[in-house]
Design a protein around this ligand. Structure first.
Ligand SMILES: [Zn+2]
Length: 476
């Protein structure tokens, strides 16, 4: 058992004893700032901040105005341009009494494109029914940009002074190239440097079909996203004179071998704790398989059960799958080049180069040409952080008491991966509680429960009280 694992066990054993000393805002303040948050969200959804539209800087500018009007000094707010997009960085200066480095709060202002065709409601207009708000970005991630902005305004207007600096970083291309986060980490380190980052994008509360909260997820790690191309080449020739050697056959054989290959099963403290905490909530065959893997990570039957579930297969190790094919140049010519694109989600602890080596070995054809597409960024898992976990437990108590807090390893790549790679431990969480079935992030009819506005403000206000208030003040 290494230190991280021991920390998880200790934490979950003692969570029931977590001290309750949060000073959540009054209901009246929550109601007031919820209204302001909805107005900000309405403005945000009306802006089509998808890649290539060039509309992120204007959104950043409008948010900058909100911070200035709330009383943030001019020099505390910076817009950092990057091509057609931009980031916004806001520093909430503390009194330094904790002698701790800042906490970074990270979200993104851009959204995935949305074609109004196919949406029941216009994606770039905030709409609502009794239960949900609708619109592109209403969940991912303008909701949390809005909540963090409103939270900072609330804190400032109430005269709050944190015991350490709090820094907001709203990036501008998380859904496309993720270069703005890299720019901040590399060229503006003094603006964003922090003891740790809370990535307010992903994680958060899970509701079941009855609308009951069943768990709260916190992202500690992400798999490395890496894409490779595999090309079979051939001299070609006339299709009236076929030969045994053929680039399409070569590629087809290689793909067949990839289909038959499974990367080894791997577990770590995060995935094992995730399984242990999730199994009792599922209470079915899949849950049983999770319990068995925790007891014995080599249990073949349990592995097969979990691997058959697309939502869990990625938790068990590296996955690679072909996603695109191209090749040939004429219907009556033997192909000269044929390429498959293979997308991998690499388990922490392995490099993209190592995985490409495995793919080469498995496909067993030295004549295939391999390339790495893009620049994969491998990031370490963030260490266990008792302060953050206790703050979460305490902040959740007034909203949903005794909720299991479950560490999670994401299969995508959020800005958190880049903060981690830059040496800033990052934890992904949001105050949103949602049934995964209602989560249409990146898809049609994206929605967020209306109740999430007030709950998120209450949760994050309590988190600030836990993480950035003098202990003596908090006890009053
Ligand atoms: Zn996002």
């Amino acid at each position: 058992m290494n230190n991280l694992c021991r920390s998880f066990v200790l934490f979950f054993a003692t969570i029931a004893l977590a001290v309750e000393h949060s000073v959540a805002g009054t209901d009246a303040a929550i109601a007031h700032y919820s209204e302001r948050a909805v107005e900000l969200l309405r403005d945000a959804i009306g802006r089509e901040t998808a890649y290539g539209q060039g509309l992120v800087p204007a959104y950043a500018k409008s948010l900058e105005q909100v911070f200035l009007e709330a009383g943030f000094p001019r020099e505390a707010v910076a817009i950092v341009p990057y091509g057609e997009t931009a980031s916004l960085v806001v520093r909430y200066e503390g009194d330094g009494s904790s002698a701790r480095r800042p906490i970074l709060f990270s979200s993104h202002m851009d959204v995935v494109p949305a074609d109004p065709e196919g949406w029941l409601r216009h994606p770039f207009e905030l709409q609502a029914d009794d239960a949900f708000f609708y619109g592109r970005g209403v969940l991912d991630n303008k909701f949390d940009v809005t909540i963090l902005t409103t939270l900072f305004v609330w804190l400032k207007e109430s005269g709050f002074i944190p015991n350490r600096d709090l820094v907001l970083a709203f990036t501008g291309d998380e859904e496309s190239f993720q270069e703005t986060v890299q720019q901040l980490a590399r060229d503006y380190r003094d603006l964003v440097d922090a003891e740790y980052a809370l990535v307010v994008d992903g994680g958060g509360g899970v509701l079941n079909d009855a609308g009951e909260a069943i768990q709260f997820q916190v992202g500690f790690a992400e798999k490395t996203y890496a894409t490779f191309s595999m090309t079979a080449k051939n001299l070609g020739g006339h299709s009236s004179m076929p030969r045994a050697d053929n680039a399409i056959y070569d590629l087809a054989h290689a793909i067949q071998r990839l289909e038959d290959y499974k990367f080894p099963v791997e577990t770590n403290e995060i995935t094992l704790t995730y399984f242990a905490r999730t199994a009792p909530l599922l209470n079915n065959e899949v849950g049983d398989a999770m319990t068995r893997i925790v007891a014995d990570p080599t249990d073949a039957e349990a592995i097969a059960t979990l691997r058959a579930q697309p939502q869990y297969v990625g938790t068990l190790g590296t996955t690679c799958v072909p996603t695109m094919l191209s090749g040939g140049h004429a219907e009556n010519a033997l192909p000269r080049a044929v390429t498959a694109v293979i997308n991998c989600r690499i388990f922490p602890g392995h490099t993209p180069a190592e995985i490409m080596q495995t793919l080469r070995r498995v496909t067993d054809n030295p004549n295939l040409e391999w390339r790495v597409i893009g620049v994969p960024v491998a990031s370490p898992a963030s260490p266990f952080n008792t302060e953050i976990m206790e703050a979460i437990a305490s902040s959740l108590k007034p909203i949903h008491s005794a909720l299991p807090i479950v560490p999670q390893m994401g299969s995508g790549t959020t800005d958190g991966a880049y903060w981690r790679a830059a040496g800033i431990p990052s934890y992904s969480l949001t105050g949103i509680f949602i049934n995964p079935k209602d989560s249409f992030a990146h898809g049609l009819n994206e929605r967020v429960p209306r109740a999430a506005v007030g709950e998120s403000l209450r949760f994050w206000r309590a988190m600030i009280d836990e993480l950035a208030t003098h202990r003596s003040d908090a006890a009053q």
